[in-house]
Design a protein around this ligand. Structure first.
Ligand SMILES: Cc1ncc(C[n+]2csc(CCOP(=O)(O)OP(=O)(O)O)c2C)c(N)n1
Length: 375
């Protein structure tokens, strides 16, 4: 396995001194090493992989140095437009290295949302005419490989990808793992919400552990999953899935359980919710200030004033909760007031290490969900 330090040092030696991207569980150890060592000026955790490409482009324009953009392969889609219409050698020709975590590699067991993504990824890179190198736990020529990737990127004035296989990096524990003192965890909050709502609400939950926790809650309570849509992939899009339903099912309250990383990834969606959503729409942001599901890397979640943001976007009301009592009080309002409503619940970064995953497939989830909606 490769030491994150070795890869980081090699990037520095080869002239890559600026790092940005969206964290990935498969690249967790490397992302953590960057977080601890690059310094705030040289490392920006971006909200969206496409924004990270643009940030790397700006860095190059100012310094003539390529930057590194890291992402999970799920994020490749977000980055295709700025790769092809900004960085591509036939447009502005901006060199940069893309480090892409290979979820769903053929032959390896992974969650449904990663399987096709993993199978078609190299084909997508080929179609984009993007050169790539592969890094895995047996790679022993790291410096040479990185040197070649950087050289090629600079020669071709084009992004070049380093595809990282699962298990390539040795473990590295984030040292600057900022904790917070909020009393509730995300899982407790989800339980509290579901337990205290009327029980017939539609719930659209965000990508990562929130959906897994909602699924486990229903299992534990022996409840059906028919009212829940788990956004297992498609990070940042839960609110628009919910909105599409809310327009059509005005007799049902529709709740989005969102994450700060996910909301920030496609923040523009909030403007559509606030200005267009019908009064049955409720947006719950569970804010832990981090991408907890993939390693706890910081987001701008605790620096952004989401209440003002929601107001400015046109939500009828926006409020904040931190404690069990606050949440219970706010649930009362969610039940009685007209939406679109926005509630931010600030939580700690705790989660269970034995958290399970949905045993039903996404298609099974969809079928029972659609049946419930149509009844
Ligand atoms: C487009 C895309 N980029 C990255 C990921 C990897 N990913 C899965 S969950 C997650 C973190 C989500 O953070 P947040 O919404 O704050 O929720 P939390 O995990 O903190 O509950 C990330 C980055 C992804 N699934 N899709």
């Amino acid at each position: 396995m490769i030491e994150p330090k070795e890869v980081y040092d090699s990037f520095i030696q080869n002239g890559i001194k600026f790092f940005t991207g969206v964290p990935d569980s498969l690249l967790k150890d490397f992302c953590s090493y960057i977080s601890d060592n690059a310094g705030n000026e040289n490392h920006v955790i971006s909200t969206n992989e496409g924004s990270a490409i643009a940030l790397a482009a700006g860095y190059y324009l100012a310094t003539s140095q390529p930057a590194l953009v890291y992402m999970q392969n799920s994020g490749l889609g977000n980055s295709v437009n700025p790769i092809l219409s900004l960085a591509d050698s036939e447009v502005y020709g901006i060199p940069m290295i893309l480090m892409i975590g290979w979820r769903g590699e053929p032959g390896k067991k992974d969650e449904p949302q990663h399987v096709k993504q993993g199978r078609v990824m190299l084909g997508i890179l080929d179609a984009m005419e993007l050169p790539y190198f592969i890094l895995d736990k047996d790679s022993d020529n790291i410096n040479e490989l990185i040197q070649n990737a950087v050289r090629l990127s600079c020669e071709k004035n084009s992004p070049v990808a380093l595809i990282v296989r699962e298990g390539a990096f040795k473990k590295y524990d984030l040292k600057n793992n900022d904790t917070n003192n909020y009393t509730l965890s995300r899982e407790e909050t989800i339980g509290l919400l579901i337990e205290n709502l009327d029980g017939d609400e539609i719930i659209i939950s965000t990508t990562g552990k929130a959906s897994r926790e909602l699924y486990e809650y229903r299992e534990r309570k022996n409840q059906s999953h028919e009212k829940d849509f788990l956004t297992v992939g498609s990070m940042g899009h839960s609110s628009q899935i919910a909105l599409g339903i809310a327009f059509q099912k005005k007799n049902k309250k529709v709740y989005v359980i969102d994450g700060d990383g996910a909301l920030l990834m496609h923040l523009g969606a909030a403007a559509v919710c606030g200005t267009a959503a019908p009064d049955n729409f409720r947006h719950i942001l569970i804010n832990n200030g981090s991408h907890e599901s993939v390693g706890g890397q910081q987001t701008a979640g605790f620096k952004v004033n989401f209440l003002e943001m929601a107001k400015a976007c046109g939500y009828k009301s926006s409020s904040s909760a931190e404690t069990r009592d606050d949440v219970l009080k706010e649930i009362g309002k969610l039940k009685s007031e007209k939406g679109p409503l926005f509630l931010e619940i600030k939580v700690n970064k705790n989660s269970r290490s034995d958290l399970g995953r949905p045993t039903a497939s996404p298609c099974q989830n969809k079928e029972i969900f659609m049946k419930y909606l149509s009844d």
